[in-house]
Design a protein around this ligand. Structure first.
Ligand SMILES: [Zn+2]
Length: 287
């Protein structure tokens, strides 16, 4: 660097427009499409505007290759997009993140994305919030538990988790099972975008895979992953609200039923005393 280049600009800078900038940034999301392939940017913008259906407007600008700023104009719109469904364009996942303001576009980091996952074949005694939390934390971060099945006797546990987009997707997990050996519970991702059926990563497909082993041509290719890792995008309704409330009330009865019960008055193991007065009389009338 030259001497001039080495001088630092803005050390004592006090802008007059700071409040406006802050407000603008607070209504901003930054995003990128999870792909290594070129795509039609204008078509993506049109698609997102169509599916988001914001109340006010949204302005979309590309600040770097495959890095977009989404400028919203009201808080509700931003929350709706950030916390609504995950968004796709051309079967590719759109990653979104909030910014503080002092980041450089080149350093904005997209490392994870929220997913609803289904865990199948869960042991009967582990179908509850506590265990869902344990699983969620193990898988990358617990966000939410679907408690629309109060009894827990559905085909799967449904948990919202943060998924590390740089790691291969998970096909399942090993669960400790008391004194016997650990068991395998399979996993599926809801609304799964395109991903690599060879290495299981989300940011490319098998055509662009960088993790192909050299002997793949001579040995033959083995796809360890496949479309079976995705669950059907529509969540199956798990009964009506009325049914769920009814099941919850039944559950509270089960808890009562499992409390210890008294043996009957005439049970041979029960000790049935007489009235306290009679006991006193016996004591005092003894010779
Ligand atoms: Zn791959």
């Amino acid at each position: 660097m030259t001497e001039d280049e080495n001088k630092i600009v803005g050390e004592n800078f006090e802008g007059t427009d700071e409040e406006n900038t802050k407000a603008k940034i607070s209504l901003t999301l930054v995003g990128k499409l999870l792909t290594v392939r070129p795509y039609n940017v204008e078509a993506m913008k049109r698609t997102l505007v169509n599916v988001w259906r914001v109340k006010d407007n949204v302005a979309i600008r590309m600040v770097e290759t495959n890095l977009f700023v989404f400028q919203f104009f009201c808080e509700d719109d931003k929350i709706k997009v950030m916390e609504g469904y995950r968004w796709f364009f051309d079967k590719k996942l759109l990653l979104l993140t909030k910014i503080m303001g002092d980041e450089q576009p080149s350093t904005v980091c997209f490392s994870s994305s929220p997913f609803w996952v289904r865990i199948g074949d869960v042991p009967f005694n582990k179908r509850n919030l506590d265990f869902a939390f344990e699983i969620g934390e193990h898988l990358g971060g617990f966000l939410e538990f679907d408690d629309s099945d109060p009894l827990g006797w559905e085909a799967f546990l449904r948990i919202k988790i943060m998924v590390d987009i740089n790691k291969p997707l998970r096909r399942g997990l090993k669960v400790a099972n008391g004194s016997s050996s650990p068991i395998w519970c399979g996993m599926q991702y809801e609304r799964l975008a395109e991903f690599c059926y060879y290495c299981g990563r989300l940011n490319h497909t098998d055509v662009e895979c960088q993790f192909v082993e050299e002997d793949v041509v001579t040995k033959g290719v083995v796809y360890e992953y496949g479309p079976w890792l995705g669950a059907s995008p529509k969540k199956q309704a798990r009964g009506s609200l009325f049914d769920r409330e009814r099941e919850r009330s039944w559950l509270s009865k089960i808890k009562d039923a499992s409390k210890p019960r008294l043996p009957g008055y005439f049970d041979p193991k029960a000790v049935s005393k007489g009235p306290p007065a009679a006991a006193r009389k016996l004591t005092f009338s003894a010779p």
